[in-house]
Design a protein around this ligand. Structure first.
Ligand SMILES: Cc1ncc(COP(=O)(O)O)c(C=O)c1O
Length: 373
């Protein structure tokens, strides 16, 4: 048995080279007592809006709040339906539920793992108000047909870009194409805070104003509340950390793309292994590198025993979660999402992954795949 230890994600390797710079930025926030919202959040919002090529960015507490606030600020609530995918993290659907609306699922495309645009129109009812495509694993959903369908049916589009900081779609940044783009900066994301954080991007000034008001208890002026809002601010420390880390995001995304290209080359042509495909329309940032294999659970265990940290994103599609039994979807309803949930295996992926580490992962994987003699 090999003694190799390759983690699924190595945040220490990512943070060590920039630790002093980030600590200096945190010290500044502490010196200025700028803990809740404030100038360090504003500075990050400006930089991130520029990065996403949107007019505005509104920093919030996490990527679940950013989805929820986007829905509320766009006027979506009880009686409304929002179309999304079941192959996503639970938060996508949770935010729809917490806005008072109902999630309506559409299966994913088996090549891109994002919403199957050919199935969207069949899911539209008179109650449909929004489409929430998810840019799963860092690959953009096919936004042109989504925006065209949305315009024809007078729907709004909220991009769940939690996994897509820097993803491109036909040269445009994820989060800049829909009416709102929702981002998570959970520590393991390509752009990760040192704690919880999220943001909404938009180029609509009225939407920005509603979002800002909502995250500040519905007030424009202190202690004067126009609507019932929430405490949804981003921490000043997270704004400062993210401003530093944003400078290195393109480099980090390039590191992940290099790692993905090496996996692609070394794993090509292995029978029974389906590699993730990059859509011709865009550029993925490989938040996750997920293969599809038939004996996934055994492989996951064997690779774990050999010191290779793998993951499953996600083992149970949202329509089959106990929490959503009330929606009445059963097994067999979204076959592509279900097949992916049973076969996805996420390999170690981070910008600092070395060629030698990738060789080891591939070597161990091939050994596990080889039939027992
Ligand atoms: C697709 C997707 N949507 C939403 C979220 C929620 O983000 P957060 O964990 O910051 O609340 C995540 C985070 O994992 C995600 O992957």
């Amino acid at each position: 048995m090999s003694t190799s230890k390759i983690p699924f994600l190595d945040l220490k390797a990512h943070h060590d080279p920039i630790r002093a710079e980030v600590m200096a930025a945190i010290n500044e926030v502490v010196d200025k007592n700028a803990f809740a919202g404030g100038p360090y959040v504003t500075r990050f919002e400006e930089a991130y809006a520029a990065f996403c090529e949107t007019k505005f960015c509104v920093g919030v507490g996490n990527g679940t709040d950013s989805l929820w606030f986007s829905l509320l600020a766009l006027g979506i609530g009880p009686g409304d339906e929002v179309i999304t995918v079941p192959m996503t993290f639970m938060a996508t659907a949770e935010a729809i539920t917490y806005a008072g609306a109902k999630p309506v699922f559409v299966d994913i495309d088996p090549r891109t793992f994002t919403i199957d645009v050919t199935q969207i129109e069949a899911a539209i009812t008179p109650r449909t108000r929004a489409i929430m495509p998810v840019h799963l694993f860092g690959q953009c959903a096919d936004m042109d047909p989504i925006m065209e369908i949305a315009a024809r049916h007078k729907l709004v589009v909220i991009e769940d870009a939690a996994q897509a900081q820097g993803t491109l779609y036909k040269g445009r940044k994820a989060g800049s194409i829909g009416h709102a783009g929702s981002f998570s900066f959970y520590p393991g994301k390509n752009l990760g805070a040192w704690g919880e954080a999220g943001a909404v991007t938009t180029s609509d000034p009225a939407l920005r104003e509603r979002l800002v008001m909502f995250r500040e208890h519905g007030q424009k002026k202190k202690y004067y509340h126009d609507v019932v809002g929430w405490n949804g601010r981003m921490d000043g420390i997270q704004g400062a950390v993210l401003s530093v880390k944003l400078k290195y995001l393109d480099q980090a995304n390039a590191g992940r793309r290099r790692a993905a290209a090496r996996y692609d080359a070394l794993l090509a042509g292995i029978p029974g292994v389906l590699l993730p495909a990059e859509a011709a329309y865009g550029r993925s940032i490989y938040h996750v590198y997920a293969l599809r294999v038939s004996n996934r659970d055994t492989l996951l265990q064997q690779l774990g025993e050999r010191g290779i940290g793998c993951g499953i994103h996600y083992p149970v599609p949202v329509h089959l979660q106990n929490a959503y039994a009330n929606l009445g979807y059963g097994r067999g309803r979204f076959p592509v999402s279900e097949a992916c949930a049973d076969s996805f295996l996420s390999l170690p992926m981070y910008p600092e992954l070395t060629d030698a580490q990738i060789n080891t992962v591939v070597h161990e994987l091939k050994e596990c795949l080889a039939p027992v003699a």
